[in-house]
Design a protein around this ligand. Structure first.
Ligand code: UD1
Length: 453
């Protein structure tokens, strides 16, 4: 691979990149085209976390006072969440240049979430807890999102019922399901989650913040995004202990007030650039990230021979072809290996001495990228919840389709290592979760462009 010699250092999407987002996302034929074979080099900055900012925005509905959220990434999902909140009656102003969102939910106009928006983004289900707590009612279509599994919301519902809400699952005129939740005043309760669901933990934590009395969430999710939400809620006056452990205790308060909050850096975006550096046999400094949030990614990359060191608060990733070898990965809730990095890691494993096993335990249908990677000459066998990556593949450019958000990222980084041209279609998935991926990779020397037709 040719080392990149040019200038480096884009740390945020520029204002234009963010302003153009709306236009770009409406173009369903858009593609990302990568010419492979260049080792990435330089420094890249990580944006605010998508998975942290969405529940933070939902939480602003819990108060009638103004809130300010900063370090907001310019992403399609952020636009959708802002629009959902507007539909509910909140004023939402997104200053894309400054990466700031101001909200004011003086009155909540409706308890009915806008179906077309909610169905397009599963994370919107986290509006349900705040709406229920604030207004005593929430009517929500069953949510959509990536097609990576069934993704039910039974644990969210179990939590609301424990807090005293009446729940009905109904069908609308077109036969689509929706959930109707009602309560007079939520009451604190003990909730045991059968699985440490991130969204259910966040939803129940927000609802319980305004409930009467104590709530205990057992087997709670421990993800940094749960901790970030708890920190924001505490700034709003909530009384929460234990976020970041598997037992969260909440003492409900009468009212929450406005607050300001800076979103944590996106650990999944950081992990994606770590893998981009590794697969391209590059030398990249990943800046504005929290190294503690990517411990499992760092550990597994080190097992493959990739060298990783902390540098000025960031992480340097160096990959030397001669040192690389296989490893196995198994996805688990935090602090286990993140399912959201599994596709990108699999793309990398296909290029090193194998075989490696990849076991997916969080979602039941998260190997859709296998068929696409195989079009690029990866040699991977999909065996249900386990994939065997034969390794040593000389990836070749191909026309491939982003089947979901992280699968799309995996294909883009596979394109960096492939001989020839890779064309990734259906990139609206990628727009949901990566701020200016093309600009950032280009700043590291990649030959990559976005084509909007
Ligand atoms: C969040 C992340 C997503 C990540 C996932 C797991 C956001 C916006 N998205 O999604 O990027 O991949 O965590 O780390 O933060 N489950 C149930 N019943 C429920 C809820 C979940 O069975 O009521 C199951 C799901 O089907 C899935 C597993 O639990 O198999 C994990 O889901 P969950 O942790 O809830 O993921 P999300 O919050 O949707």
């Amino acid at each position: 691979m040719r080392p990149f010699q040019g200038s480096v250092g884009a740390c945020r999407a520029d204002g234009n990149g963010q302003q153009n987002l709306k236009v770009k996302n409406n173009m369903s034929q858009s593609r990302i085209v990568v010419e492979g074979g260049i080792s990435l080099a330089g420094k890249v900055g990580i944006s605010g976390s998508k998975n942290a900012v969405l529940p933070l925005l939902a939480a602003t509905v819990l108060t009638d006072a103004p809130c300010l959220v900063s370090s907001v990434p310019g992403l399609k999902d952020v636009e959708v969440m802002s629009e959902i909140l507007r539909n509910l009656g909140s004023e939402v102003h997104f200053d894309a240049e400054a990466g700031e969102i101001r909200t004011l939910a003086t009155d909540i106009a409706t308890s009915e979430a806008p179906a077309h928006l909610v169905k397009s983004m599963r994370a919107s289900v986290v509006c349900m807890g705040p709406m229920l707590a604030r207004t005593g009612a929430a009517s929500f279509p069953l949510p959509g999102g990536c097609a990576i599994g069934e993704r039910p919301i039974d644990l969210h519902i179990k939590g609301f019922m424990a807090l005293g809400a009446d729940i009905e699952v109904k069908s609308d005129d077109s036969g689509d399901g929706f959930v109707e939740a009602r309560c007079k005043k939520l009451k604190g309760a003990e909730v045991y989650l059968d699985f440490a669901s991130v969204g259910a933990t966040q939803n129940i934590m927000m609802a319980a913040s305004l409930a009467e009395g104590f709530t205990i969430i057992e087997n709670a999710a421990q993800e940094p995004e749960v901790v970030d939400l708890a920190n924001f809620l505490r700034k709003m006056g909530a009384r929460i202990k234990g976020a970041g452990t598997d037992v969260i205790k909440i003492k409900g308060v009468e009212k929450l007030h406005g607050a300001e909050h800076h979103v944590i850096p996106d650990r999944i975006e950081a992990g994606t650039y770590m893998l981009a550096a590794a697969i391209s046999r590059g030398n990249v400094l990943i800046d504005n990230m929290v190294p503690d949030h990517v411990v499992p990614i760092t550990a597994k990359l080190r097992e493959t021979g990739v060298r990783i060191s902390e540098e000025n608060g960031g992480v340097r990733v160096k990959a030397d072809e001669a040192l690389l070898r296989m490893t196995d990965i198994k996805t688990l809730p935090y602090p286990g290996f993140p399912t959201d990095i599994q596709p990108q890691f699999m793309a990398f494993l296909s290029t090193v001495n194998g075989p490696s096993a990849v076991i997916e335990t969080v979602f039941e249908n998260r190997f859709m990228h296998v068929a696409e990677l195989n079009k690029m000459n990866a040699n991977i066998i999909d065996d249900g919840r386990r994939a065997i990556v034969k390794g040593n593949a000389k990836l070749k450019g191909a026309k491939v389709r982003a089947t979901d958000l992280r699968a799309g990222a995996a294909l883009v980084i596979a394109g960096l290592a492939a001989e020839g041209t890779t064309e990734v279609s259906d990139i609206y998935h990628i727009d949901r979760g990566y701020e200016d991926i093309v600009g950032k990779l280009r700043s590291l020397g990649a030959s990559i462009e976005r084509i909007d037709t």
